[in-house]
Design a protein around this ligand. Structure first.
Ligand code: 2HA
Ligand code: ZN
Length: 268
């Protein structure tokens, strides 16, 4: 018995997480237990799910997140591998319920798999998204090789320098990532300050680059969050390929960028 049985919409949502987890592994972005995914699945929750008993003790989130009252999340499990989650999503992740005090959660299905070590930052981000009335339900943290490599160089960490460079590598990048790439200076993984600085940048960006660590992206669903990171990292690969051929790529000109921004009705 699984919570996904006879719930096609919920099964599709979790199936999409499994599909993305497979891509993360294939791309080399998810070594060992690297990366994490959470999805707000509250819209798929019915009375039978609400009545499910807890299969764990109540656990402290570490913060009070008032907008998460009554919310349910699918979460990757701590220390679980993306490549395993790709095949067995309900053995390498679990569904949690936020308790009415908005400061504790409990696991309800399918197995008592403890959620990701980054749960406090993921939940703080979901709390922020709901408070803004955002339609975004999915958050993704992963270690894309070329973007992380770029984050080791100070000049790419200046505001919007990497964004402009990546947009100029191929027209689609700005079209599909119109809000660009926010930069978060290095902070300890799992720390509150990392969560807080990420939330601050998510006001202006859908994808943020954690210096010398990875990216954190939010979107309506997990496939779109993956797409945004994939498009940005593809541009980074083109840039690096040109550098490896021994030249600095010209990039699209300002006039070409402007023409495209107008034609695709993108924000400036
Ligand atoms: O969950 O990537 O930053 C493993 C990580 C933490
Ligand atoms: Zn990480």
């Amino acid at each position: 018995m699984s919570i996904l049985d006879n719930r096609p919409a919920l099964a599709r949502e979790v199936g999409q997480v499994a599909e993305v987890a497979g891509y993360l592994w294939q791309k080399g972005w998810a070594e060992r237990n690297g990366g994490n995914i959470t999805v707000n699945i509250t819209e798929h929750v019915d009375d039978a799910i609400r009545a499910l008993p807890a299969i764990s003790e109540p656990k402290a989130i570490g913060a009070t997140l008032p907008h998460l009252k009554g919310c349910y999340f699918y979460c990757k499990g701590t220390n679980k591998r993306m490549r395993d989650l790709a095949r067995w999503p309900m053995e390498n992740g679990s569904v949690i319920r936020i308790l009415d005090d908005c400061a504790h959660y409990e696991i309800i299905a399918d197995l008592p798999v403890m959620p990701t070590s980054e749960l406090p930052s993921h939940l703080a981000v979901h709390n922020y998204l709901i408070s803004k009335g955002s339609p975004y339900k999915a958050s993704l943290h992963t270690h894309p090789i070329e973007l992380v490599a770029m984050s080791h160089c100070k000049k790419y960490l200046e505001k919007d320098v990497a964004t402009r460079l990546l947009w100029s590598m191929i027209p689609e990048t700005k079209a599909f990532c119109p809000r660009g790439l926010g930069i978060i200076p290095y902070q300890l993984p799992g720390s509150n300050i990392l969560a807080e600085s990420t939330i601050k940048e998510l006001g202006d960006y859908d994808v943020t680059l954690w210096e010398k660590h990875g990216v954190f992206a939010v979107e309506a669903d997990i496939m779109q969050a993956f797409d945004q990171v994939d498009v940005l990292n593809k541009s980074a690969q083109i840039y690096i390929a040109a550098k490896n051929m021994g030249f600095e790529p010209d990039g699209m000109t300002d006039a070409q960028m402007h023409e495209m921004t107008v034609a695709f009705k993108l924000p400036k």
